[in-house]
Design a protein around this ligand. Structure first.
Ligand code: UT7
Length: 321
């Protein structure tokens, strides 16, 4: 019987420090009104000076393992989706592996910026479905506060820190739970719409985030909608059978635009952008965790996740949880 990757647990972590729009308005020429109207964001979390991306990832992973009723020793694959690794190398996933006490299998980072979690989920699904791993931790963890230009009002108001994780387990059971379909795309011609202006090879520095916001916005609604339809088409499941939509949380106007374009009931769209801001690769598993813990997403529900980010990258994953 074919192996399926079943999502057995989800967890997340947010740093304690809350940064409000009002506080940001004291630093740059902006206002609570502009940020709320143009993005839907009211506040975001900021990691403490001594908190690394791996620390956030570990906190989220412990909760996901608890939810799955699994021990770290059961895990033989760890993928950390991040664009803000602790160090240039080794992978943040290697530190997460050591911190969790996992001493088997493989651990590596995956870089697809805001689409990272969807890319990591699809990657782990391939490992599990081919029998190359039994249980995976798929993590999205970011400290974007470290790469944001705090003097650029066009970007610094958007991002926040956090982490989310899921446990995926290979299962031979004859059920319909698991990852049903995924769709991933990259178009490197749009590299310069959203990038960090530093890196080891090009500048020997870390750099700051740069974005042509309105151009990314225009790409987002079109490509996200396309990815969602493609993931459903690959599964042979119509969009209206989906119970919950868990999107990347970049901007409430993007969430609303996609829902309008596809005729989706907004009550089925999980939105955490108001209180999380854009946490890049962490945003999808963070939102998934919120809607699971508050009882909206129940076992057996059909969930469609999607994201778009730097690269540009975009994708969607259809999962029966
Ligand atoms: O996660 C990866 C994917 N990222 C995204 O999907 C982000 C996509 N982009 C967006 O969400 C939106 O484009 C933004 C929220 C970034 C910007 O909203 P916008 O409605 O596209 O504004 P804009 O960039 O076209 O700028 C409109 C005006 C400009 O002023 P002028 O030139 O018209 O005088 C900006 O300078 O808004 C100004 N502006 C601000 N004003 C007050 C830009 N940022 C701010 C600000 N406060 N924070």
């Amino acid at each position: 019987m074919a192996l399926r990757s079943v999502l057995t647990g989800v967890g997340s972590y947010l740093p304690e420090r809350v940064l409000s729009n009002a506080e940001l308005a004291k630093r740059v020429d902006t206002s609570d009104e502009w940020i709320t109207e143009r993005t839907g964001i009211r506040e975001r979390r900021i990691a403490a000076d001594d908190q690394r991306t791996s620390d956030l990832a570990c906190e989220a992973s412990v909760k996901a393992l608890e939810a799955a009723g699994r021990d770290a020793k059961d895990i033989d694959l760890i993928i950390v989706a991040t664009a803000t690794p602790d160090l240039t190398f080794p992978a943040t996933a290697a530190r997460v592996q050591a911190e969790l006490g996992v001493s088997q299998g493989a651990a590596f980072d995956l870089q697809a910026v805001c689409s990272g979690f969807v890319f990591a989920l699809a990657t782990a699904d391939n490992f599990l479905a081919r029998g190359q791993a039994k249980a995976a931790l798929v993590i999205g963890a970011e400290t974007f506060s470290r790469i944001v230009d705090w003097e650029d009002r066009g970007t610094c108001v958007l991002f926040g820190d956090g982490a989310g994780a899921v446990v995926l387990e290979a299962s031979e059971e004859d059920g319909d739970r698991g990852v049903i379909s995924t769709f991933l795309r990259t178009d490197g011609r749009m590299h310069d719409l959203l990038y960090v202006d530093g890196g080891p090879s090009q500048t020997q520095s870390v750099g700051k985030l740069r974005m042509v916001g309105n151009a990314v916005f225009r790409q987002a609604v079109e490509h996200i909608s396309g990815a969602m339809l493609e993931a459903c088409a690959r599964a042979g499941i119509p969009l209206d059978e989906v119970d919950w939509f868990v999107p990347h949380q970049a901007n409430q106007r993007i969430l609303d635009g996609v829902a309008r374009k596809l005729g989706i009931d907004v009550d089925k769209v999980v939105s955490t952008v108001a209180v999380h801001g854009n946490t890049s690769a962490a945003s999808v598993p963070l939102a998934l965790d919120v809607a699971t813990r508050d009882g909206r997403i129940k076992k057996g529900d059909l969930v469609l996740m999607e994201a778009l980010g730097g690269g540009l990258t975009w994708g969607a994953a259809l999962v029966r949880v």
